[in-house]
Ligand binder design. Structure first.
Ligand code: AMP
Length: 129
């Protein structure tokens, strides 16, 4: 069982920003930048291109709504999108509010306090339709 499945089942906590029957979005705990969010299908699947086209497109639709909420909630030049999955073998899309190319590199990390995570998640959630 992946760590994200444990988040989905509520076994471990997360800073949730959006959810529907099939997908969840929560803040990355080791963010590249403020508002770095992971978008995850609830059905555990390893690699994104193992999804059916239908499920892939549904994931993209949900991701679109989350990205637009992030753009409204977090000051940034734009929201970058990336798929890696080498650390957690459960499909997820990184949505990262960026100002420079460095923000898309996974070597530069920022530290946020619990209350900063909470207020970021609340703000993004408030813009999610
Ligand atoms: P990757 O699989 O390489 O795309 O990286 C997995 C990402 O998941 C990393 O950016 C981690 O910081 C993030 N991550 C791992 N565990 C958690 C967790 N419990 N809550 C939120 N994000 C997590």
């Amino acid at each position: 069982m992946s760590i994200f499945t444990k988040i989905i089942s509520g076994e471990i906590p997360s800073y949730k920003v959006a959810e529907n029957n099939s997908f969840i979005a929560f803040l990355d705990i080791n963010p590249n930048a403020k508002g770095h969010t992971l978008v995850v299908p609830k059905k555990e699947e390893n690699k994104i291109f193992d999804l059916s086209k239908v499920d892939y497109n549904k994931l993209m639709e949900f991701t679109y709504d989350v990205a637009r909420a992030i753009e409204k909630a977090v000051p940034c030049q734009r929201v970058g999108m990336s798929v890696i999955g080498l650390e957690v073998p459960h499909v997820h899309i990184h949505l990262i509010p960026i100002n420079t190319m460095v923000d898309m590199q996974f070597t530069n990390k920022i530290k946020l306090s619990n209350s900063q995570f909470i207020s970021l998640a609340e703000k993004i959630a408030s813009f999610y339709i």
